[in-house]
Design a protein around this ligand. Sequence first.
Ligand code: HEC
Ligand code: HEC
Length: 293
Amino acid sequence: MNSAWSWYIILGTVASLAACFWLVAWANRQRASEAEIKESEAHVWDEDVRERNNPLPMWWLWLFIGTIVWSLGYLVYYPGMGSYQGLGTWSQEEQYDAEVQAAEAKYGAIFAAYGQTEVEELVKDPAALAIGASLYQNYCSQCHGSAARGARGFPNLTDDAWQYGGGPAQIEHSILHGRNGIMPPLGAVIGSDVAVDNLVDFVLAMPDGIDTGLPGYADYMKHCVACHGPAGDGLQVIGAPRLNDDVWLYGSSPQEIRKTIVQGRQGYMPANRDLIGPDRARILAAYVYSLSR
Ligand code: HEC
Ligand code: HEC
């Protein structure tokens, strides 16, 4: 925060506190004249509700003054005045760090032990899987869904269709380092709309086997085969999905497939290494591995 903003906040805070105090003092000193009291008592609602002009009760005034005094003390102790640190030198970063350290002290050893265990062993340990499930809800569910079934553009982790591979090592790699599948935009390369439509038809027919008689076949062998393979089995090292099954990351409608071919796709999963560390990644890998089994 630069010093202009800091002063802006300090002045605003002090001015509104002073205004509150002045309002209380001023209201307390007001005494209505006889004539004003008569005049206000003439206002009657609902037959017998009459307006009176009494001063504020003292207990209420003291409560008000008390909150002002309390807020002054608060602002001296805690950092509330611009960049002033406060006498207590409390900061949210330090409190957060302290909580993280306390959690590390409590769970660090458990996580470290799991981190040394192979995924195939961890999947047999219900306690490890329970921790994995709650880590999953914290770090993964916002994208892959709370039941891990994914959504459009976010893979389902419970089936056995894997873009990058469903073995322990590949899953752990996906979690630690993230993934970024690049399907290049090929509209310009393929050229005509008719050729693209033929490719869409060809892709839609792939689950029934490779039909070399379809007009899209030649273009598939020319532009797609390097990544998706001659039988449409995909290529896990680059995350090219299998096209000869009924699992679709971006949907099975001709429009979506056309869009994928013409504009390309770039699915992006962020790396988690710095956020969760290798031990928790191992536990998560075991949990994800267990989902499809
Ligand atoms: C350079 C490699 C590469 C080439 C060439 C390529 N693709 Fe892809 N394709 C990918 C990757 C990687 C993805 C996954 C993109 C992602 O993760 O967002 C993908 C995704 C797709 C999808 C989406 C699948 C789904 O489950 O929703 C379709 C359909 C597709 N490609 C068809 C084609 C067709 C047809 C061609 C040829 C015209 C082609 N691709 C050429 C790499 C490639
Ligand atoms: C910001 C959204 C996001 C978050 C958070 C996220 N993922 Fe992903 N994840 C994706 C996307 C998108 C892909 C597909 C990447 C691609 O298309 O190349 C993916 C791919 C994967 C894959 C590979 C799937 C396959 O078929 O090979 C695994 C495994 C995975 N995520 C697990 C996790 C786990 C475990 C977490 C929690 C630590 C997590 N993801 C958090 C978006 C996310």
